[in-house]
Design a protein around this ligand. Structure first.
Ligand code: SF4
Length: 188
C-alpha cells in the first residue's frame, strides 16, 4: 500500500501541488515547524475521532481506516452513522467548501463502498457553527473527475514549473520552509 495516496492530501494538492512535495520532505518532523493556527485547530477538531472517543453508540463508527484498490487511496473517515447510512467529515470552520474538500469526502465514500458499507448520504459538520452541510453522493461523471484528479496527483513532478500566487503562499503552512518564495506566512 506504499504508493496509495492519502485522502488527507487531496485538498492540499489542489491548493498547491508543490506543498505535497514539501509535506513529504517534512513528514515525521516537528509539526510545530510548519503547522499554522487553522491547521492546528482542524487537527484538534479531529482529535476525539482519532482517539475514537467521539461516540460510544453502536450505530456510529468513528476513525475507521479506509482504502480503495480501485482509486489507490487510503485514509480515515470521521464518522459513519449506519442507521442513516450517512458519512460525515467534521471541520472546525468552513466558510467555503472547496473542490478538494469535496474530493476528500468522495474519496472516503468510494473507499467505504468498496469495503462493503452502504452509504446513501454525505455531509460536512461544522463544529464552530454547529451546522450540517449535505453534499450530493458522487455521480458517474464525478467518479471520472476524481479518477482523473488522482491520476494527475500520481504523475506530478515537483521539478515542473509552478505558478506562484503570493496571496496563496502567505496562507500556506509551508511558506516559511518553501524554496519558491521568500516571504513568511500570515500565521507567524
Ligand atoms: S509557499 Fe507557495 S509555492 Fe510553496 S508550497 Fe506553499 S503555496 Fe506552494
Amino acid at each position: 500500500m506504499d504508493d496509495y495516496i492519502l485522502i488527507s492530501t487531496l485538498n492540499d494538492f489542489i491548493f498547491c501541488p508543490y506543498s505535497i512535495y514539501l509535506h513529504n520532505v517534512y513528514a515525521g518532523g516537528d509539526e510545530g515547524l510548519y503547522q499554522a493556527t487553522p491547521q492546528a485547530k482542524g487537527k484538534a477538531a479531529h482529535k476525539p475521532i482519532d482517539e475514537k472517543n467521539y461516540s460510544s453508540r453502536k450505530d456510529e463508527i468513528t476513525g475507521l481506516p479506509v482504502f480503495s484498490d480501485e482509486f489507490g487511496l487510503s485514509g480515515k473517515i470521521d464518522l459513519y452513522k449506519s442507521n442513516e447510512k450517512l458519512l460525515i467529515e467534521r471541520k472546525y470552520k468552513l466558510d467555503t467548501i472547496y473542490r478538494g474538500q469535496i474530493y476528500q469526502l468522495w474519496a472516503q465514500y468510494f473507499c467505504m463502498i468498496e469495503m462493503g458499507y452502504a452509504v446513501d448520504k454525505l455531509a460536512f459538520y461544522v463544529i464552530s457553527t454547529n451546522t450540517m452541510h449535505p453534499i450530493e453522493v458522487p455521480s458517474e461523471n464525478d467518479k471520472k473527475e476524481l479518477l482523473q484528479f488522482i491520476n494527475d496527483f500520481r504523475n506530478y513532478n515537483p521539478e515542473n514549473e509552478i505558478h506562484i500566487n503570493p496571496n496563496k503562499c502567505t496562507h500556506c503552512i509551508y511558506c516559511n520552509l518553501c524554496d519558491k518564495i521568500n516571504t513568511e506566512n500570515v500565521y507567524t
